[in-house]
Design a protein around this ligand. Structure first.
Ligand code: PHE
Length: 477
């Protein structure tokens, strides 16, 4: 037990909240949420997403932190420590999911470095409109894609290898406040733009005819993705939380912060986009490509053509994106590293090196799947015939990166979350949970009752139902 006794901890409440919200706030909020909200036509999708966060996400987050803190172990050994080694598969599933997410995530995070450099160039030398193919050419340049992704992975590894207080906590204590300040500044600027009103209407005026079952699964999957749930990240971060903290309190803070930042990111981006009428037109009629590239293609140009103070805001914005991404990649790598350290008693250095190397291997596949390699760019695990299994599993996505993204967010994370709610609701002794949540103390009874109901019935049934409907072949458009 000497290992457990020596285990590092967050220095306090703030340390955990910054690290955990750093994990939650990332490309999910700045890159993915705006474009899937756009593709799903706003309003109704946003509402479903908010419901998923409140009814499923928050209870799952409480469950994960509870498991971690109770055992002071990362996911795989945590299930063993609770006397249920058979459930360790949930932890292993999380490790695999983490490897796959980090592999594609680091490549996209790399794009923020490129956009930053590009914006600095424009700010200094004057803006020069790029041609339509410029971004496509960048994506297809395999060397840059691999290189930028590797750079991001290396940055992540350098922080993770230093451990909790000296690495992760120290980094997120700088990254997160800077991120919040930049965000605030951008939000105020967005409010002065002509498109602000339209952006608000798009986000908050629901029209339910627009959303189908696949959209609901996407909202659910994204709720997991954005809160870093369903793969053991919060179990791992929870394992470093001090006993005196209130799990419900810190979970609520992280969930609210993450949600507010996602919405504000949309307000900022859509305000800019709606300010330019012609752009609104192309976005509405453009294919998926233009929406996926929203953050990196549409936006940089607008900073210099449609936004006051864009010369400063442009580069600053991509610093924000890179910081947000980095505090998330840290938590993804930590899941893998902590498992290797806790389970096999490896040193942190060895674990970090092996984990980073493995992830780098998969990230090469992602990096070359954007045009550089014909084979990887058309990759479909379940065959290519239209309407076949690939359509159900991956919404017809092709290419390693798109595939990893879709399959992790829409399937592996919700399934991981399903297992965790079943475990906490039906397998873990209710007395253990009650004690860990300090019911009657920092957690009021009604909150305990609501949480119990959510993890036993609401969340598993909702996840199960959505997954079932989609498999049954709901509507795939
Ligand atoms: N929550 C992060 C984001 O929104 C992504 C992430 C998923 C991080 C899972 C850790 C674990 O960008």
């Amino acid at each position: 037990m000497s290992e457990a006794a020596k285990r590092e901890q967050w220095s306090g409440r703030l340390g955990f909240i910054l690290a955990a919200s750093g994990s939650a706030v990332g490309l999910g909020n700045l890159w993915k949420f705006p474009y899937i909200t756009w593709e799903n036509k706003g309003g109704a999708f946003v509402l479903v997403y908010l419901a998923c966060i409140a009814v499923i996400g928050l209870p799952v987050m409480i469950s994960e932190i509870l498991i971690g803190r109770r055992t002071s172990q990362s996911a795989v050994p945590a299930f063993r420590a609770l006397g249920t080694p058979r459930w360790a598969f949930v932890g292993w599933m999380g490790v695999i999911t983490g490897v796959l997410i980090l592999a594609f995530y680091s490549v996209i995070a790399g794009w923020s470095l490129r956009s930053f450099v590009q914006c600095v160039g424009w700010s200094i030398n004057g803006y020069e409109a790029p041609t339509g193919e410029a971004f496509g050419a960048f994506l297809a340049a395999g060397g840059s894609q691999v290189g930028l992704g590797a750079t991001f992975l290396a940055l992540t590894a350098v922080i993770v290898v230093r451990g909790i207080s000296g690495g992760i906590e120290r980094a997120t204590k700088i990254l997160m406040p800077v991120l919040l300040l930049i965000m605030l500044y951008l939000a105020f600027t967005a409010m002065t733009l002509d498109g602000f009103g339209d952006a608000i209407a798009f986000l908050f005026r629901p029209s339910f005819s627009e959303i189908g079952k696949a959209g609901i699964l996407e909202a659910l999957g994204h709720a997991f993705f954005t809160l870093s749930l369903g793969m053991g990240a919060m179990i791992t971060y929870g394992s470093y939380v001090q006993k005196k903290e209130s799990i419900v309190g810190i979970s609520l803070t992280v969930a609210i912060l993450d949600t507010v930042i996602a919405i504000v990111a949309c307000v900022i981006m859509f305000s800019i986009i709606f300010t330019v009428p012609s752009l609104r037109e192309t976005m509405e009629h453009g294919g998926g490509g233009s929406t996926v590239g929203m953050l990196f293609v549409t936006l940089p140009n607008l900073f210099y053509t449609a936004m006051p103070g864009g010369v400063v805001i442009g580069p600053l914005f991509y610093v924000l994106v890179a910081f947000a991404a980095l505090s998330s990649t840290i938590s993804l790598l930590e899941v893998v590293v902590a498992t290797l350290v806790d389970r096999f008693s490896w040193t942190r250095i060895k674990a970090t090196a092996v984990a980073t190397g493995t992830i780098f291997f998969f990230s090469i596949g992602c990096a070359l799947s954007l045009g550089a390699s014909e084979f990887l760019s058309n990759f479909r695990l379940f065959g290519a015939e239209p309407g076949g299994l690939n359509k159900v599993v991956a919404a017809d996505k092709a290419g390693v990166l798109a595939w990893f993204d879709h399959v992790t967010a829409n399937w592996l994370l919700p399934l991981g979350g399903l297992f965790i709610t079943i475990y906490v609701g039906w397998v873990l002794m209710s007395k253990e949970a009650e004690e860990e949540l300090d019911v009657g103390g920092s957690t009021p009874r009604w909150a305990w009752t609501a949480w119990r109901f959510a993890v036993r019935f609401l969340a598993p049934l909702a996840i199960g139902w959505i997954v079932f409907e989609v498999i049954r072949g709901g509507d795939f458009s």
